[in-house]
Design a protein around this ligand. Sequence first.
Ligand SMILES: Nc1nc2c(c(=O)[nH]1)N[C@H]1C(S)=C(S)[C@@H](COP(=O)(O)O)O[C@H]1N2
Ligand SMILES: [Mo]
Length: 237
Amino acid sequence: MEEAGPEVDGKPVGRRAILGLIALAGAGVASGTAIQDGLANFLAPLELRDPTGLIALIPVGDTFRFYSVTGTVPTKNAQTYRLAIDGMVTHTASYTLADLQAMPQTALVRDFQCITGWHVPQVHWSGVRLSTLLDRAAPLAGATAVRFRSFDGTYTESLTLDQARLDDVIVALQMLGGPITHNHGGPVRMYVAPMYGYKSTKWVSGIELTANVDPGYWEHRGYPVDGFINPPQGNGA
Ligand SMILES: Nc1nc2c(c(=O)[nH]1)N[C@H]1C(S)=C(S)[C@@H](COP(=O)(O)O)O[C@H]1N2
Ligand SMILES: [Mo]
C-alpha cells in the first residue's frame, strides 16, 4: 500500500508517481514554456489536495500555476462582466469592463509569490487602484474592511480598509502583457502586490465594505489573515 497523498478524480496519486514527476522535472524534461505550462496546469489541482506539500515544490520553471478551488467557472466578457461595490458605502456602484478601462490605469511590475512555494519573477500588471473605487463609493464611518467575492461562486478574501487603500492594490485588467485570460481570473481579478497570491481574488465580482475583517476561503483552511510577504518581493516599478 502506498502512503495516502493527493487525489485526482477520487483516485489517490501515489508517492511514487509524485517522486517520478519530481525526477522528470529535475531532469530538465519540463523545460520549454508549453511543457512547463502543461505540467503546471496538471499539478495545480493535485497541489490543492496534497497534504504532503511536495507537489508545490516540483520545479516547473518560473511559471504560474492555474488555481481554482471550484471545478468550472463561468466565462464573463465585456458584455456580461460587472463589478459591484456595495455594503457600507454612501454610493453603491456596478462597473462594466468599459467603465473600468476608462479610469486611470496603474502599472506594476512585481514578483508573484504563492504561499505554497512557487513564484514568478517580474510580472507585469495594470488596472485601477482599488483606492480610486473606494473614494468614489465613500465608505460609511463604521466600515473598516473590504470583502471580495468571486463569480466562481465560492472564493472570498478580505483586507482591512487601510490595506485596501495601498497604492499597489489594484483591480487588475491586464496581466503578463495583455488582457487577463479566463484561467488567470479574467476579465478582472484583484492584484494585491505586497501580499501572497491567495489575497488576489480571481474572477472578482464584488467588493463589499464591512464593519470587520471576514476571513476568506483559504484563511478558514489555515492560511494567515495577514497576507503580507516578508521580506517584500522584488519591485520593478
Ligand atoms: N477565485 C479564486 N481566486 C484565487 C484562487 C482560487 O483558487 N480561486 N487561488 C489564489 C491563489 S492561492 C493564488 S497563488 C493565485 C494564483 O493565481 P493564478 O491561478 O493566476 O496562478 O490566485 C489566488 N486567487
Ligand atoms: Mo497560492
